[in-house]
Design a protein around this ligand. Structure first.
Ligand SMILES: Nc1nc2c(c(=O)[nH]1)N[C@H]1C(S)=C(S)[C@@H](COP(=O)(O)O)O[C@H]1N2
Ligand SMILES: [Mo]
Length: 294
């Protein structure tokens, strides 16, 4: 089995041992990815689908534009500024940022607000592990993220679609949930540029636009951060953006989704509350009116 990094965690050993004990030694040698309890069982899309059908507006508005244009982005060196209400703020080289933090395989559903979906086998770190490493102060309530701003390499940052750089945010309990990861790879390889290299957020129970790409800053705050899409159109794109088949987008239904890679006639499925992760995350929102906090 091939991993993105050769790091061996206790969890990894347990998973491999379990496969052998179950008499599935072959599984451990196959290219299939180990599923910990947070991964979905659904079959991943092909690497070709995942890397040729993208939203990354810094590189164009068409689904194939990121694959065509994101190669121009310089991803090494890369540093990330960790700031705000943390004990160890600073600007860290990517390797230092991630040093000592366990890498995990996570296959998740991705549901775009535009009503299409895929299944993607990510590798990355739990955001909770990273935040704990930098020491979250008790007054922190939210986490704000920013994408790189470099119009020379990201040509559509000269357009007015969004107020660049792309920004996103999470409530601290959402950020600390084990499902929330910062991805550094997919299919066991370094993250392709069009998927948000070298570091991007993945929050699988929320619409894809929350999963901000090519992150250069992570800030702990006590006030709800601005987000790029909410600033652009607050009626259409909320801060929470939890996948919800019962709350439609003002211009289209969210009840079903087109499955990318299922073929011209194969492909719709019912959208699930919280994108299928309700059991794990619904309690974060108990008592909240999800038609109001969309
Ligand atoms: N910086 C940045 N992050 C972004 C976007 C973007 O345009 N710019 N698009 C978002 C949207 S709308 C989706 S659906 C996902 C798509 O991720 P993928 O291309 O890896 O499937 O990335 C999200 N992250
Ligand atoms: Mo999206």
């Amino acid at each position: 089995m091939k991993f993105h990094w050769s790091e061996v965690t206790p969890e990894r050993l347990w998973l491999d041992r379990r496969a052998v004990l179950a008499g599935m030694g072959a599984l451990a040698a196959s290219p299939a990815f180990a599923a910990d309890k947070w991964s979905t069982e659904a079959k991943p899309n092909t690497l070709s689908d995942i890397t040729n059908y993208n939203n990354f507006y810094e590189f164009g508005y068409g689904k194939e534009d990121p694959a065509r244009n994101a190669g121009a982005l310089t991803i090494s060196p890369w540093s990330v500024k960790v700031g705000g209400l943390v004990d160890r703020p600073g600007t860290y080289d990517l390797a230092d940022l991630l040093k000592g933090v366990a890498v995990r395989d996570r296959t998740y559903r991705l549901r775009c607000v535009e009503a299409w979906s895929m299944v993607i086998p990510w590798q990355g770190v739990q955001l909770s592990d990273l935040l704990t490493k930098f020491g979250v102060q008790p007054s922190a309530k939210y986490v704000a993220f920013e994408t790189l701003y470099r119009p020379s390499e990201m040509p559509y940052q000269s357009s007015r679609l969004l107020d660049w750089p792309y920004q996103e945010g999470l409530r601290l309990d959402e950020a600390m949930h084990p499902l929330t990861i910062l991805a550094t790879g997919l299919y066991g390889k370094a993250l392709p540029n069009q998927n948000g290299a070298p570091l991007r957020l993945i929050v699988p129970w929320k619409y894809g636009f929350k999963s901000i790409k090519s992150i250069v800053s992570i800030t702990l705050t006590d006030t709800q951060p601005k987000t790029a899409w909410q600033e652009q159109n607050a009626r259409e794109y909320g801060f929470y953006a939890n996948v919800n088949p019962r709350v439609d987008h003002p211009r289209w239904s969210q009840a079903t989704e087109r499955v990318i890679g299922a073929g011209l006639f194969g492909g719709r499925r019912d959208t699930e509350p919280f994108n299928g992760y309700a059991e794990q995350v619904a309690s974060l929102y108990s008592g909240m009116d999800l038609t109001k906090y969309y």
